[in-house]
Write a protein that binds this ligand. Sequence first.
Ligand code: HAM
Length: 410
Amino acid sequence: MLQKPRGTRDFLPDEMEARRVIEWSMRESARRWGYREVCTPEFEDLELFTMRSGEGIVEEMYVFEDKGGRRLALRPEITAAVIRMYINEAKVAPKPLRWCYFADCFRYERPQKGRYRQFWQFGVELIGADTAQADAEVIMLAADMLNATGVTYDLNVGHLSFMRNLLKDLEYSAQRRMMAYLDKKDFDGLKNTLESMNKPDLGASLISLAGCRDLAEAFEIGGTVPEKERIIRTTECLDAAGVNYSLNFGIARGLDYYTGTVFECFAQNLGAENQILGGGAYRLAHLFGGDDVASCGFAIGFDRVMVSLGAIQQKKDTVVAIVCTDEGRRHALKVAGMFRAAGIRSEMDLMERGLGAQLAHASRSADFAVVIGRREAESGNVTLRNLQSGEQKILDLPSAIAEVSLHGAR
Ligand code: HAM
């Protein structure tokens, strides 16, 4: 029997319905803040992703050559594509641009619970605003969006300037290596590497910075950084808006386009793969041939949010089975149409079953049966049976529709 590719999933209708409810709560939140949806291609020129991160990233991606010999990649994330699109399509649009997306990404990772090779992100990008309030708005929206889903999480906010200040004397490649240790919280690896480079003090400073949760202390460890005012003002905005967050100056972020404010959210009830959101301020546009435009954004790991929410009880659709005899069929088709026009999910037999078998099937799959035989076809009325209580009434069509609607509203 053929199986789906490793790291991918199938979603049955119950799960898809649950996913759509959460997706729409995120969409509603984005809409309230003025973020409008965009869509980019599922695959891009490989260069879009290697330009900033180097060829090393190819190991973590689905890369292929098309029939024209172009090197393409399935998108591992959407930020780079959104900025490419901004340069191609919307460079001259009035700033700031508030954009959002809900789309699947592909990463060649070792699959485990909460880590997939195809996964979905709900993300936002705020393009062209280079202020403390812009950074704060994106963080506030992240919190609002997660709150709308009902997931419980911790929000950590940091700034890369302290880490970068401490690392400034190392070469760029060494800086990136140290940031990767910090991102993975591999403090032993960090310490050992810096000791072998004869910089044990730097290791100690970085580790205490990673544990630092206080702004004044961060300035002590990381030194006075040019972004000091902006960092203070960002936190003031978050405090004024009542956002529930902790400062965390150990956040390094895995992707290397970030320039300043960075933030991450962790679900309280998940194990190893508990990071449900990551983002920050970044600059990418200049790499792709545009102006050097400041941006800030985040992406929610949608699948992890769903794992964290667990088996949520969705309010299910009320289902009506339109059950009929041959003589009632013409009338039944009309009745089904009327129920659907009233927004009620209505299903008819497609298996050419007899009335008894249709009712037996309805009792397993529906909340109501609308029975239509010759008598109903002649009178225009219907027999409405509540399949839970067994109660049965003959009603005119508007009354039957009203009765079913009332049940759905309860
Ligand atoms: P990221 O931290 O690489 O950031 O991914 C964002 C979120 O996607 C993660 O926090 C995680 O929840 C989810 N995620 C990542 N990999 C997987 C996976 N293999 N399976 C399931 N979920 C996963 C970005 O992608 C940036 N583009 C975010 C951003 C937007 N920064 C600025 N704007």
